[in-house]
Design a protein around this ligand. Structure first.
Ligand code: CUA
Length: 406
């Protein structure tokens, strides 16, 4: 094989590699697999435009290739390049052609504008009949969801009923973010000082993934959204349960509260450890994090962060991930991911890009907390909230909830 052929082959392989890198059979952020009305509307428009664009591409590129081939330089009978070969007829200013290739694209664009504009209005009004409204707040580098009319505040996990439009009112605590759950709708900017309205809708109960899609700093790529659609009745049950799970006033060693907490029976979460953790939490964590009924005074607008907010941990254990869903809170067998949770409390910036010196994100406590104190904080966290919220069909009742790490 000549060097030239080898180079060409290598180039082709590299190109193929790039093309194939864009494919995945089970990608959680696939825009081409709509799972609800708004996303389907976008997908329908995309398909229509895609076929028109493909037709234009094939026609134009076909003409270019045909002309390049037909009028290429040729070798004469003696095998030399024929420099004297006559040029084909040269055309300048053909009025009919000029008018044709001006009008044809204009017509195509005018035709495509009709469903595009209709789609824009349709998506903007999708929430009109929504019965459920959820407030969305973007922050560096996580999401907050609030349920109006209740005290329910979640971080990074949005729970809603399937089979109906959900109205989202969205704003940002700091910089511009963008909210995107590709299976449920397109992107919408989340901007400080403004409130944008948007909708999501899922046909079926299940878990859907979203992501921040406006560059917002160091951990922009680490702002994941876990969207959990539940059957309507299970959603109502979830609301009731979340309302009931407010921690008791005062220290956790109040046995009557610990009795209601599933993880309280496990070795790591003794009432003594949780009590110690409660105090360590008050010393180090409560200046940013809220726990309803226990630590509410400092945060809620005046956390010493640019955003003024850190994730509300009131129902922490009902979530399924932490650190904006970069880490799972539970292992596949249902046990708590104690190892990474412990590491997170201790040295968060090593697990996710943070800029604590700029008051953005969680600092490291490696210098302030002992390993024992970290364990105690984890024990305390495990008393916050009840069952993890998972899509129906996942039954954790038999699972070994706590597996002690190392
Ligand atoms: Cu928030 Cu990117």
């Amino acid at each position: 094989m000549s060097d030239r052929t080898t180079r060409r082959l290598l180039g082709l392989v590299a190109l193929l590699g790039l093309v194939v890198a864009g494919c995945a059979s089970d990608a959680p952020l696939d825009t081409l697999e709509p799972q609800g009305g708004p996303a389907r509307s976008i997908d329908g428009l995309f398909n229509a435009v895609w076929w028109v664009a493909t037709a234009v591409f094939v026609l134009v590129m076909g003409a270019v290739i045909y002309v390049s081939w037909k009028f290429r330089s040729k070798r004469g009978a003696d095998g030399e390049w024929d420099d004297d070969e006559e040029l084909p007829g040269q055309v300048h200013g053909n009025t009919r052609a000029e008018i044709g290739w001006t009008i044809a694209p204009a017509l195509i664009l005018a035709v495509l504008a009709v469903p595009t504009l209709a789609g824009v209005f349709e998506l903007a009004n999708w929430h009109d009949d929504a019965e459920v409204e959820i407030e969305v707040y973007g922050a560096q580098w996580w999401w907050e969801f609030r349920y109006p009319g209740t005290d329910i505040v979640t971080a990074n996990t949005i729970v809603f009923p399937a089979g109906e439009p959900i109205e989202l009112t969205m704003t940002s605590y700091d910089v511009i973010h963008s909210f995107w759950i590709p299976a449920l709708n397109g992107k919408r900017d989340v901007a400080p000082g403004r409130t944008h309205t948007w909708a999501i809708e899922a046909d079926e109960p299940g878990t859907y993934w979203g992501q921040c899609v406006e560059f917002c700093g160091l951990s922009h790529a680490n702002m994941r959204i876990r969207a959990i659609a539940l059957p309507r009745q299970e959603y109502e049950d979830w609301l009731t349960e979340q309302q009931a799970l407010q921690p008791a006033e005062g220290p956790v060693a109040d046995d009557s509260y610990l009795e209601t907490v599933r993880w309280a029976e496990t070795p790591l979460v003794s009432p003594e450890a949780a009590q110690r953790g409660y105090e360590v939490f008050g010393q180090f964590c409560a200046s940013c994090h809220v726990v309803g009924g226990q630590y509410e005074a400092v945060a809620g607008g005046i956390a010493p962060l640019i955003s003024g907010h850190a994730p509300d941990l009131t129902h922490f254990m009902t979530r399924t991930g932490f650190a904006a869903n970069i880490y799972d809170l539970y292992e596949e067998d249902g046990s708590v991911n104690v190892a990474e949770l412990r590491q997170w409390v201790w040295r968060a910036p090593e697990m996710k890009g943070m800029a604590p010196d700029e008051m953005r994100g969680m600092p490291s406590f490696a210098e302030q907390m002992t390993r024992e104190q970290v364990d105690d904080v984890v024990a305390y966290l495990m008393t916050l909230g009840g069952e993890p919220t998972l899509p129906s069909g996942v039954d954790l009742s038999e699972a070994d909830i706590l597996r002690r790490a190392d």
